[in-house]
Design a protein around this ligand. Structure first.
Ligand code: GLN
Length: 241
């Protein structure tokens, strides 16, 4: 078995080492004897997503989100939209998560029209939502408790009928108001959680990998791994929160 992973905009969307999530996915596949091929699609690269099994998009500052707009609207937007409708799994973080939605209006009043692949929008607020946080995924996303780190000015609001990724247990999540965190739409997983999200949340990582493997191969199972170190990191932060 093999997964072809696309890392989109690694050049501009990589806050707090979001790319560590790609390394984590690759490693957890390799430990089970499953091949993983990672292809980077920076600004200016081909928009073609054909042949990929999983797409990762990290987060970025308002400035970087504006920098990529021209490139996005040169074809990657349409390609992402049709891939989402086709059920391709995406893991998108913060600025990358906002990009899957309709638009982001920054606190300075700059409007970024995004992809509209998921019915959600984001509006910048004066107060930044910063800190370690935790949330519980919905059952369709595995139901695990995820510990993460968020840092965003944008408040995201989901359209009618769009399910969040989970419910906030501590911290802000989508907007600091309605208790929701992230989004789960078809096979899009969107979250505000930055940096080492997957290394310290192995159950959530495996849920995403399984989604991709099952879509590709019909059925798939993941052999258990020794997650003692990962769970020690996870449990320590979960207890603090
Ligand atoms: N610039 C966006 C915001 O502040 C996204 C931030 C991020 O990716 N950390 O809401």
């Amino acid at each position: 078995m093999e997964l072809k992973i696309c890392h989109m905009y690694p050049d501009v969307l990589n806050l707090y080492g979001d790319r560590g999530n790609v390394m984590c996915m690759r490693k957890r596949l390799e430990w089970r004897g499953i091949d993983a091929e990672v292809t980077r699609l920076p600004i200016g690269s081909s928009a073609n997503l054909a042949g990929f099994d999983l797409v990762f998009i990290g987060g970025g500052q308002d400035f970087e989100q504006q920098v990529l707009l021209d490139d996005l609207h040169r074809g990657k937007d349409r390609e992402i939209l049709s891939a989402v409708r086709d059920g391709l799994p995406f893991l998108t973080i913060c600025g990358g998560y906002q990009m899957m939605g309709n638009y982001y209006e920054t606190y300075d009043g700059v409007r970024c029209d995004f992809i509209g692949a998921v019915d959600l929008y984001t509006v910048g607020s004066k107060k930044r939502m910063i800190g370690n946080y935790k949330f519980q995924c919905g059952t369709e996303s595995g139901g695990s408790v995820v510990v993460g780190f968020e840092n965003h000015s944008g408040q995201t609001f989901l359209g009618e009928g769009v399910q969040p990724l989970g419910q906030v247990l501590a911290g802000f999540g989508n907007n600091g108001e309605d208790g929701t965190e992230g989004v789960r739409w078809l096979n899009v997983f969107g979250t505000y959680s930055h940096g080492p999200l997957l290394p310290k949340n192995p159950a959530f990582c495996d849920q995403i990998l399984l989604t991709a493997l099952q879509r590709k191969y019909g059925t798939a199972e993941l052999a258990p791994l020794d997650d003692a170190a990962e769970l020690a990191a996870h449990n320590e932060m979960a207890a603090k929160l």
